[in-house]
Design a protein around this ligand. Structure first.
Ligand code: ADP
Ligand code: ASP
Ligand code: MG
Length: 407
């Protein structure tokens, strides 16, 4: 008998029929004698609908009130699932994040979990009940409703598993595991039996939304056994996120390819090539609370240099405005932005011990006539920025070039 936390994503609870299906699955595990805590997302499309609704009233929604609104999506599904379980003859009880309570900081729309009170859940489990918790939401020390950022139910699931010292955290979604790349973009993508935490962290941070990055960080930090599975298949091992690389297994050089359409590039050209210039450009951007990702500064020529970096697409206009405010002070000739770009990254712990990976990546893109605008590397990943129109082509040819379609 084990204590299992199961998280079901939006598509898995997208219709009443699917909610009944989740109830059947939970009932099956319960009948095997396991203690089950279920975390659910809002029905698919609901969070987007609620955000759009808020924006009809306020173009830039007040963050506290936005959290009040978007957290209702999950409140509906916990109630529906509890009813479906009761209908199936299984005792169950639903909890909002605040009722549990999942205490977070006060950063509305991207709050961080600080602690979880497990007393009520334990009492229910001991009484033989299935506990159902609303994903994505918590409560701050003042009692305000908070949310954990898009995809945050994954993090709720892992955090509950950590707090309850669960034997396993199962993330049920609409694909049957973590693939070499998004199977919706490359049909030849292969399911991975295992992936290391390090690789999964990179994949998540570089755009693979199958797991929210914070959920992977949490699982790594608290040693949570984490598995991704399909809610639409009866059988299957899914993908296990592993702590250690198996020394007996020949690791592929590249394990997966991630991509991200959500960034925009800023160019600041003709800036004086002198100490402090990076700070003068990025300081005001950071003061405006805008996250900067890739940064490139060219070698100066004739006393001036060019500086480029990427920011989240929704922050592009604001970033340009901030920079125009300091343009004269910096002495920059021109500031422009491009939101028709995407970032493509190859990820693999095997890169540590292999040379020539970058060359293969760049040759493969060159052969398709795809121009690389920016490059950044770390020990286990290489990312490039290319024109958005090449996204699918680039991911497909790289997937083939690194033999990922061979499984
Ligand atoms: P949920 O609503 O269950 O949380 P998400 O839409 O957030 O589901 O995440 C699942 C989706 O992640 C899949 O449908 C798939 O399109 C996408 N995805 C992106 N990269 C990968 C990958 N490497 N492996 C599997 N799925 C991926
Ligand atoms: N419903 C939230 C979202 O769409 C949280 C989640 O599904 O994980 O982002
Ligand atoms: Mg998700």
């Amino acid at each position: 008998m084990a204590l299992i936390v199961q998280k079901y994503g939006g598509t898995s609870v997208g219709t009443p029929e699917r909610i009944k299906n989740v109830a059947r699955r939970v009932a099956k595990f319960k009948a095997q004698g396991h203690d089950i805590v279920v975390v659910v997302s809002a029905m698919s499309g609901e969070t987007n609908r609620l955000i759009a609704l808020a924006k009809e009233i306020q173009t830039n929604p007040d963050p506290r009130e936005l959290d009040v609104i978007v957290s209702t999506g999950e409140q509906v599904t916990i109630g529906l699932l509890a009813m479906a379980l009761k209908e199936a003859g299984v005792d169950a009880k639903s909890y909002t994040g605040g009722q549990v309570k999942i205490l977070t900081d006060s950063t509305h729309t991207k709050a961080r979990i600080q602690s979880i009170d497990d007393d009520a859940m334990r009492a229910d489990l001991n009484a033989g009940r299935v506990v159902i918790v609303a994903g994505f939401q918590g409560v701050d020390p003042e009692g305000n409703i908070t949310t954990l950022g898009r995809g945050g139910s994954d993090t709720s699931g892992v955090a509950l598993a950590a707090a309850l010292k669960a034997d396993e955290c199962q993330i049920y979604t609409d694909v049957d595991g973590v693939y070499t790349t998004d199977p919706r973009v490359v049909p030849e993508a292969k399911k991975l039996k295992t992936i290391t935490f390090e690789e999964m962290l990179e994949m998540a941070s570089l755009g693979s939304k199958v797991l929210q990055i914070r959920s992977v960080e949490f699982a790594g930090k608290y040693n949570v056994k984490l598995r991704v599975l399909s809610s639409f298949q009866e059988e299957g091992e899914g993908t296990l996120i592993t702590f250690e690389e198996d020394p007996n297994m020949e690791k592929p050089v590249v394990s997966g390819i991630a991509f991200n359409r959500d960034e925009a590039r800023i160019n600041v050209t003709g800036v004086p090539d002198k100490p402090g210039i990076a700070y003068q450009i990025l300081g005001p951007v950071s003061d405006a609370n805008i996250d900067v990702d890739m940064i490139i500064q060219n070698v100066g020529k004739d006393g001036t240099t060019d500086f480029s970096f990427t920011v989240p697409k929704p922050d592009l206009a604001r970033t340009i405005k901030v920079l125009e405010g300091v343009q004269a002070h910096i002495g920059a000739a021109q500031i422009d932005g491009d939101d028709k770009i995407c970032k493509i990254s190859i990820v693999g712990v095997g890169m540590r011990s292999h040379v020539g990976v970058a060359a293969t990546m760049f040759r493969t893109l060159a052969e398709e006539g795809i121009n690389i605008q920016m490059i950044s590397t770390s020990e286990i990943k290489i990312s490039v920025i290319v024109d958005e129109k090449y996204l699918e082509l680039a991911v497909r040819v790289l997937h083939k070039a690194f033999g990922l379609d061979k499984g």
